[in-house]
Design a binder for this molecule. Structure first.
Ligand code: PLP
Length: 398
């Protein structure tokens, strides 16, 4: 008998759960976009966004999703025919590479597969081989949401410095910002992109591009940048409408104010620590289950796992069967095995994902885990004992 009626839980890796405070902040009539409290509030958002990003430099906000943020970042620093290097560790690395191809860049991809982090030494090799310094930028992904790998961005910077190559370091933090520790300036990142619907707990609709002085200099040397994507007036507006190149995303801004308030009330370090502990509870459960059955974490090394999203393998068609069961029988929607298809399993039915980014607490993660265990029991999927005990121990004892 389905037991799905009641409050459902969307545990996919974006859009993430929206806090009541965010929903309430957005539930209002249209504000004046020419003067008054919206205008004042918007200017106050910018320093707070930079604080979350770990940068003292510049921020530009776009009405758009993560793909728009990718496009915006590239449009300001890459012209057709220039080369970018993409160390790919999953679907989203390839996605960014495709966006660069779309603006006419010559894209070099180093494919690290779907179960490994990038190897900074391999990136350095490619940069050292580029004697003519044709590579304009390295496009990295902090957390690749398809594989749930977390790349070491500071190590990538160090490798680029050791190679003594002037390429910009551009990083996609769409899945990780506000979940996994990220420090733009300290880690030497030149451009960072993110979006509203993951760790920032908003609906999709805002893309953010952060950039430092080195990236601003590259922008200044561009022959031209399309007016809409140009980050210069957005980051340093003379008039309010320039912040968004037109009408402001009014309600998203109210939601963003509420979300940032929540993050600072908890404290950014505490937000990161919460995500880390919740992720360890998930890993502990899956490790125990995997001792007696097919379920396994996609990323073997805990140091390389995201704290925001977890990709799991269970074998086709069980990943899809399990997702269907948790949704229809228990009201829990899990993420699909995105970008994990193979010749034997073209749809990636052997994979599924937990989104645990943003507005997520201990009881929610325990609900994911116990519902998955119920699903495995219902579907006769074997699993080792002690998974829920292991997770509750992490929750109880840290
Ligand atoms: C979600 C995501 C994207 C794409 O964002 P959209 O809003 O769907 O365009 C890109 N990169 C990463 C790492 C993501 O998690």
């Amino acid at each position: 008998m389905p037991l799905a009626n009641g409050r459902s839980y969307l545990a996919i890796p974006g859009p993430s759960v929206m806090p009541e405070d965010v929903l309430r902040a957005m539930h209002r009539g249209a504000p004046n976009i020419y003067e008054g409290e919206l205008v004042d509030m918007t200017y106050g958002l910018v320093p707070d966004l930079k604080r979350v990003a770990g940068t003292q430099h510049h921020a530009a906000i776009y009405i758009g999703n993560g793909h728009a943020a990718w496009e915006a970042a590239l449009a300001n620093v890459v012209t057709p025919g220039e080369t970018v290097l993409v160390p790919a560790t999953g679907r989203f690395g390839f996605g960014w590479a495709e966006m660069a191809e779309g603006i006419g860049a010559d894209v070099q991809v180093i494919d690290f597969g779907r179960q490994h982090a990038m190897d900074p030494a391999k990136v350095a090799e490619a940069l050292v081989a580029d004697k003519a310094h044709k590579i304009k930028a390295v496009l990295g992904v902090h957390v690749d949401t398809s594989t749930s790998v977390r790349n070491d961005i500071a190590a990538l910077r160090a490798a680029m410095d050791a190679a003594d190559h002037p390429a910009l370091l551009m990083v996609d933090c769409i899945a990780s910002l506000g979940c996994d520790r990220f420090e733009m300036d300290r880690w030497g990142v030149d451009v960072m992109v993110t979006a509203s619907q993951k760790g920032l707990m908003l609906p999709p609709g805002l893309g953010f591009v952060f950039f430092n002085g080195k990236a601003a200099d590259v922008r200044a040397d561009m022959p031209r940048v399309s007016r809409y994507w140009d980050w210069t007036p957005r980051a340093n507006p003379e008039f309010y409408y320039q912040l968004f190149c037109g009408t402001a995303p009014t309600h998203h801004l109210y939601g963003l104010r509420a979300a940032l308030d929540m993050i600072f009330e908890e404290g950014l370090e505490n937000v990161w620590a919460r995500h880390a502990t919740l992720a360890r509870a998930i890993w502990a459960a899956v490790d125990a289950w995997g001792q007696g059955g097919p379920i396994a974490l996609n990323i073997k090394d805990p140091a390389l796992r995201s704290h925001a999203v977890t990709s799991l393998h269970i074998g086709a068609p069980l990943g899809t069967n399990l997702r269907r069961w948790t949704q229809h029988e228990a009201g829990l929607t899990l993420g699909i095995g995105l970008g994990m298809g193979t010749d034997e399993d073209p749809q990636g039915d052997g994979y599924f994902r937990f989104g645990h980014m943003g507005h997520v607490n201990a009881q929610m993660v325990l609900a994911i885990l116990s519902t998955v265990q119920a699903g495995m029991t219902a579907l006769d999927i074997p699993f080792g004992p002690g998974g829920l005990d292991a997770a509750t121990r992490v929750i109880a004892l840290g």
